[in-house]
Design a protein around this ligand. Structure first.
Ligand SMILES: Nc1ncnc2c1ncn2[C@@H]1O[C@H](COP(=O)(O)OP(=O)(O)OP(=O)(O)O)[C@@H](O)[C@H]1O
Ligand SMILES: [Mg+2]
Length: 198
Protein backbone atom coordinates (compact mmCIF):
# COMPACT_ATOMS: atom_id res chain seq x y z
CA UNK A 1 0.00 0.00 0.00
CA UNK A 2 1.30 3.42 -0.95
CA UNK A 3 0.25 6.63 0.74
CA UNK A 4 0.48 9.66 -1.53
CA UNK A 5 0.87 13.18 -0.11
CA UNK A 6 0.57 16.14 -2.42
CA UNK A 7 2.77 18.91 -1.00
CA UNK A 8 3.49 22.38 -2.26
CA UNK A 9 6.37 21.32 -4.50
CA UNK A 10 6.16 17.61 -4.77
CA UNK A 11 4.17 14.45 -4.78
CA UNK A 12 5.44 12.31 -1.92
CA UNK A 13 4.85 8.55 -2.10
CA UNK A 14 5.24 6.79 1.22
CA UNK A 15 6.14 3.12 0.85
CA UNK A 16 6.85 0.67 3.67
CA UNK A 17 10.56 1.48 4.02
CA UNK A 18 11.17 4.16 1.42
CA UNK A 19 9.77 7.48 0.30
CA UNK A 20 9.77 8.88 -3.22
CA UNK A 21 9.64 12.66 -3.52
CA UNK A 22 8.69 13.58 -7.07
CA UNK A 23 8.95 17.24 -7.94
CA UNK A 24 5.84 18.15 -9.87
CA UNK A 25 5.42 20.33 -12.92
CA UNK A 26 4.65 24.01 -12.45
CA UNK A 27 2.12 24.72 -15.17
CA UNK A 28 2.87 28.43 -15.37
CA UNK A 29 6.45 27.68 -16.56
CA UNK A 30 7.43 26.85 -20.14
CA UNK A 31 7.97 23.08 -20.09
CA UNK A 32 11.64 23.07 -21.22
CA UNK A 33 12.59 25.55 -18.52
CA UNK A 34 10.37 23.76 -16.01
CA UNK A 35 12.20 20.47 -16.61
CA UNK A 36 15.63 22.06 -16.24
CA UNK A 37 14.63 23.77 -12.99
CA UNK A 38 12.98 20.69 -11.51
CA UNK A 39 16.00 18.50 -12.29
CA UNK A 40 18.31 21.06 -10.78
CA UNK A 41 16.21 21.51 -7.64
CA UNK A 42 15.96 17.72 -7.23
CA UNK A 43 19.74 17.27 -7.40
CA UNK A 44 20.33 20.27 -5.11
CA UNK A 45 17.86 19.01 -2.51
CA UNK A 46 19.44 15.54 -2.47
CA UNK A 47 22.94 17.02 -2.14
CA UNK A 48 21.90 19.30 0.70
CA UNK A 49 20.14 16.46 2.55
CA UNK A 50 23.38 14.46 2.36
CA UNK A 51 25.55 17.35 3.45
CA UNK A 52 23.17 18.15 6.35
CA UNK A 53 23.50 14.53 7.44
CA UNK A 54 27.28 14.73 7.27
CA UNK A 55 27.15 17.86 9.45
CA UNK A 56 25.46 15.74 12.14
CA UNK A 57 21.78 16.54 11.56
CA UNK A 58 19.45 13.50 11.43
CA UNK A 59 17.96 13.27 7.91
CA UNK A 60 16.70 10.39 5.76
CA UNK A 61 19.43 8.48 3.91
CA UNK A 62 19.32 9.24 0.19
CA UNK A 63 18.96 6.02 -1.80
CA UNK A 64 18.62 7.32 -5.34
CA UNK A 65 18.26 10.50 -7.38
CA UNK A 66 16.81 10.33 -10.87
CA UNK A 67 15.31 13.13 -12.99
CA UNK A 68 12.68 14.67 -10.73
CA UNK A 69 12.63 11.98 -8.07
CA UNK A 70 14.52 11.49 -4.84
CA UNK A 71 14.20 8.07 -3.25
CA UNK A 72 15.04 8.15 0.43
CA UNK A 73 14.72 6.26 3.67
CA UNK A 74 11.29 6.49 5.27
CA UNK A 75 11.37 8.01 8.74
CA UNK A 76 8.48 6.28 10.46
CA UNK A 77 7.84 8.52 13.46
CA UNK A 78 5.63 11.28 14.75
CA UNK A 79 5.25 14.68 13.10
CA UNK A 80 7.14 17.15 15.30
CA UNK A 81 4.06 19.32 15.17
CA UNK A 82 2.24 16.81 17.41
CA UNK A 83 5.16 16.09 19.71
CA UNK A 84 7.00 19.35 20.29
CA UNK A 85 8.01 20.44 23.80
CA UNK A 86 10.88 22.64 25.04
CA UNK A 87 13.36 19.71 24.97
CA UNK A 88 12.44 18.81 21.40
CA UNK A 89 12.74 22.50 20.49
CA UNK A 90 16.24 22.50 22.01
CA UNK A 91 17.19 19.51 19.83
CA UNK A 92 15.91 21.43 16.82
CA UNK A 93 18.02 24.43 17.86
CA UNK A 94 21.15 22.26 18.12
CA UNK A 95 20.53 20.89 14.63
CA UNK A 96 19.95 24.33 13.14
CA UNK A 97 23.24 25.40 14.77
CA UNK A 98 24.94 22.52 12.90
CA UNK A 99 23.27 23.42 9.61
CA UNK A 100 24.28 27.06 9.92
CA UNK A 101 27.85 26.13 10.89
CA UNK A 102 27.98 24.09 7.68
CA UNK A 103 26.72 27.09 5.68
CA UNK A 104 23.31 25.54 5.02
CA UNK A 105 20.18 27.69 5.23
CA UNK A 106 17.07 25.53 5.49
CA UNK A 107 14.56 27.98 4.04
CA UNK A 108 11.43 26.37 5.51
CA UNK A 109 12.04 25.65 9.19
CA UNK A 110 8.63 24.56 10.43
CA UNK A 111 7.54 21.67 12.66
CA UNK A 112 5.75 20.21 9.59
CA UNK A 113 9.12 19.53 7.99
CA UNK A 114 10.51 17.50 10.91
CA UNK A 115 9.75 14.02 12.24
CA UNK A 116 10.47 12.71 15.75
CA UNK A 117 11.72 9.13 15.85
CA UNK A 118 13.51 7.30 18.69
CA UNK A 119 14.02 10.60 20.51
CA UNK A 120 15.73 12.23 17.53
CA UNK A 121 14.38 15.00 15.34
CA UNK A 122 14.80 14.21 11.64
CA UNK A 123 14.82 17.10 9.18
CA UNK A 124 13.00 15.78 6.12
CA UNK A 125 12.26 18.65 3.75
CA UNK A 126 15.18 20.57 2.20
CA UNK A 127 13.18 21.63 -0.86
CA UNK A 128 13.94 25.32 -0.27
CA UNK A 129 17.42 24.93 1.24
CA UNK A 130 20.54 26.62 -0.12
CA UNK A 131 24.13 27.40 0.78
CA UNK A 132 24.65 30.84 2.27
CA UNK A 133 27.13 32.13 4.80
CA UNK A 134 25.50 35.49 5.46
CA UNK A 135 24.15 36.40 8.89
CA UNK A 136 21.04 37.85 7.23
CA UNK A 137 20.06 34.53 5.63
CA UNK A 138 20.45 32.75 8.98
CA UNK A 139 18.48 35.45 10.78
CA UNK A 140 15.64 35.01 8.30
CA UNK A 141 15.90 31.22 8.69
CA UNK A 142 15.32 31.28 12.47
CA UNK A 143 12.68 33.98 12.04
CA UNK A 144 10.63 31.57 9.90
CA UNK A 145 10.78 29.05 12.75
CA UNK A 146 9.78 31.72 15.29
CA UNK A 147 6.77 32.69 13.18
CA UNK A 148 5.77 29.04 12.78
CA UNK A 149 5.87 28.53 16.56
CA UNK A 150 3.86 31.68 17.21
CA UNK A 151 1.24 30.70 14.65
CA UNK A 152 0.68 27.16 15.90
CA UNK A 153 1.40 26.83 19.63
CA UNK A 154 0.02 28.55 22.74
CA UNK A 155 3.28 27.80 24.59
CA UNK A 156 5.39 29.23 21.75
CA UNK A 157 7.45 31.39 24.16
CA UNK A 158 8.86 28.40 26.08
CA UNK A 159 9.39 26.50 22.82
CA UNK A 160 11.32 29.47 21.42
CA UNK A 161 13.42 29.62 24.62
CA UNK A 162 14.20 25.91 24.22
CA UNK A 163 15.15 26.45 20.59
CA UNK A 164 17.50 29.31 21.48
CA UNK A 165 19.10 27.20 24.21
CA UNK A 166 20.08 24.67 21.53
CA UNK A 167 20.88 27.21 18.84
CA UNK A 168 23.28 29.03 21.21
CA UNK A 169 25.80 26.28 20.34
CA UNK A 170 26.34 28.10 17.06
CA UNK A 171 29.46 30.26 17.24
CA UNK A 172 27.73 33.20 15.53
CA UNK A 173 24.67 32.89 17.78
CA UNK A 174 24.97 36.47 19.10
CA UNK A 175 25.18 38.04 15.65
CA UNK A 176 22.31 35.97 14.25
CA UNK A 177 20.09 36.71 17.25
CA UNK A 178 20.77 40.42 16.91
CA UNK A 179 19.85 40.23 13.23
CA UNK A 180 16.76 38.19 14.12
CA UNK A 181 15.63 41.03 16.41
CA UNK A 182 16.13 43.56 13.61
CA UNK A 183 14.11 41.38 11.24
CA UNK A 184 11.37 41.12 13.85
CA UNK A 185 11.34 44.95 14.24
CA UNK A 186 11.21 45.47 10.47
CA UNK A 187 8.22 43.13 10.33
CA UNK A 188 6.41 45.03 13.05
CA UNK A 189 7.15 48.34 11.41
CA UNK A 190 5.81 47.14 8.07
CA UNK A 191 2.70 45.67 9.74
CA UNK A 192 2.01 49.00 11.45
CA UNK A 193 2.58 51.10 8.35
CA UNK A 194 0.27 48.76 6.38
CA UNK A 195 -2.42 49.41 8.97
CA UNK A 196 -1.96 53.16 8.53
CA UNK A 197 -2.89 52.92 4.87
CA UNK A 198 -6.30 51.49 5.61
N1 LIG B 1 11.57 10.57 4.44
C1 LIG B 1 10.31 10.69 4.86
N2 LIG B 1 9.82 9.82 5.78
C2 LIG B 1 8.55 9.92 6.21
N3 LIG B 1 7.66 10.85 5.78
C3 LIG B 1 8.09 11.74 4.86
C4 LIG B 1 9.42 11.70 4.35
N4 LIG B 1 9.56 12.69 3.45
C5 LIG B 1 8.36 13.31 3.39
N5 LIG B 1 7.47 12.76 4.24
C6 LIG B 1 6.07 13.17 4.45
O1 LIG B 1 5.60 13.87 3.31
C7 LIG B 1 5.27 15.23 3.63
C8 LIG B 1 5.67 16.16 2.50
O2 LIG B 1 7.06 16.05 2.26
P1 LIG B 1 7.94 17.35 2.03
O3 LIG B 1 7.71 18.31 3.13
O4 LIG B 1 9.33 16.92 1.77
O5 LIG B 1 7.31 17.86 0.65
P2 LIG B 1 6.82 19.31 0.21
O6 LIG B 1 6.36 19.20 -1.19
O7 LIG B 1 7.84 20.28 0.57
O8 LIG B 1 5.57 19.55 1.08
P3 LIG B 1 5.09 20.94 1.66
O9 LIG B 1 5.14 21.93 0.57
O10 LIG B 1 3.72 20.60 2.16
O11 LIG B 1 6.08 21.25 2.78
C9 LIG B 1 5.99 15.50 4.93
O12 LIG B 1 5.38 16.51 5.69
C10 LIG B 1 5.94 14.13 5.60
O13 LIG B 1 4.70 13.93 6.21
MG1 LIG C 1 7.43 20.20 3.47
Amino acid sequence: MVKVILGGEAEVRIHKDTVEKIRIRKRYRISELDEVLRKKRTVTEAKIISSARRSGVPTPVILDVENFTITMERIDGQPVRDAINPDVAEEIGKSVAKLHSAGIVHGDLTPMNMILKDGRVYFIDFGLAYHDDRIEAKGVDIHVFYEALKADFDNWAELWQGFLEGYSEYEKYGQVLERFREIEMRGRYIDKSDANFE
